[in-house]
Design a protein around this ligand. Sequence first.
Ligand code: NAI
Ligand code: MG
Length: 492
Amino acid sequence: MGGMQSPEGIYRLFIDGEWVGSKSGASFAVVDPSTEETMAQVAEAGSAEVDLAVRAARRAFDSGPWATSTPNSRAQVLFKLAAIVRAQLASLAEVEAINTGKPIVEAEGDIDAVAEVFEYYAGLATKTPGMVNPVSANALSLSLKEPIGVAGLIVPWNYPLLMAAWKLAPALAAGCTCVLKPAEQTPLTALMLAQSFEEAGIPPGVVNIVNGFGETCGAPIVEHPLVDKIAFTGSTDVGKSIVKRAADTLKRVTLELGGKSPNIFFADADWEASVDGALFGVFINQGEVCSAGSRILVEQKIYKDFVEAIAAKAKTIRLGPPMDRESKMGPVVSKEQFERVTRYLEIGKTEAKVAAGGSSSKAFAKGYYVEPTIFYDVDNSARIAREEIFGPVAAVIPFDAEADAIRIANDSPYGLAAAVWSRDIYKAFRVVKKLRAGIVWVNHMQPTCVEAPWGGYKQSGAGRELGPWGIEEYLETKQVHINLSEKPIGWY
Ligand code: NAI
Ligand code: MG
């Protein structure tokens, strides 16, 4: 068995504990979005490689050391993995930053969060008991928690290793085995981590990594009859296709999809905190965040001044290369995403007024840089208010009263996240209760805690990740009824 890279430098697939090439010899390029140059070449998996990976995961689930592992032994594996991530934080963060375009300081935060997720589920592995069910006196009834089986994990490029960890950690804690498909734009950090799987005590076949494209590598995982569950983060369109394709084998499916999350500002909110929170809510990670506060709803009383204030501050946001510690925003992830975002900038100019930005950045000779952009006087029916852009683009919408804010906020096919800013606790909490969203922040936007549930209402998804909710999605519940009476039933 060779290492992660072939003699020609091609990153291999990780299947059944071994580094392997693709059967066809096909590979694809991974691009650095700040230079537009190829930074790596990666072996491409299709249905043949997916089949190998799924069969390895199936074997590892059905027999061998993982099949008889205890929650405590799995906890130790996850703690070890977390320690390895912490020890390799600098190199993982550097690759993550260069490959995604995000500022290195943010990438370091992401990798730290990866370790935290493994630590959390290491702890939870031994704290997910079944139940004794209160049935009749002559029986003992139990509900046992058992791993679902083989889990297909399909993740996006905005937080590559973190999104993988959100799925791997609870899956492994539960005792599942996995086939992980990173996004084709950002496959490298998952492979880097796989180099330490053996050291962490993960037996061969328990985690397999296949890299490739959605239709040719993702879809075969979704359709494979030996896969029991799919966990997906990505676009709502692909989420819908996964539900349809998983129907033939009735897989369990959890989805974390798009959003168009409202960030609501009342006139009585703290001014400085609000200006800051509006920008952070939508521009962190270049706006490539499922929960981005991309609709900024502002009370009429402060609307004009607020637009001016956030536009003035947006113009000071420092764009720059990911490895520059002063950069607050890097390029968007890919040419495709750059074209998508700049297309929406043109659409926005026909629908609303520009307060800041409005085009790609001219400050760099190369790279997919987009100016932080604020559209205002946006109507909630505009495309830039309804469709997920997934880039540094905000749509500011005025509202008159509390009821209008709630109506506009909920008028969206999405329901992932929302935030409300006010110093009036009665008003803030009334709004919280009315918002149709899976995550609601008050006087903040974006903090994400591994201990708390994450997931969407409406077309933003199905199921919940993180916290105890996260592990439940990888568990089956078995009812066991134990008769305590030795007498025959006596019916016939
Ligand atoms: P995508 O949803 O196509 O890709 C996400 C993952 O799904 C990737 O690993 C991809 O290879 C895989 N995939 C694609 N088609 C598939 C299929 N038919 N079957 C199985 N797996 C498949 O997202 P994409 O094209 O990278 O970005 C498009 C838009 O999606 C973005 O502009 C954004 O609006 C949204 N998006 C949302 C994310 C979120 O965190 N909710 C993350 C990434 C994208
Ligand atoms: Mg796609």
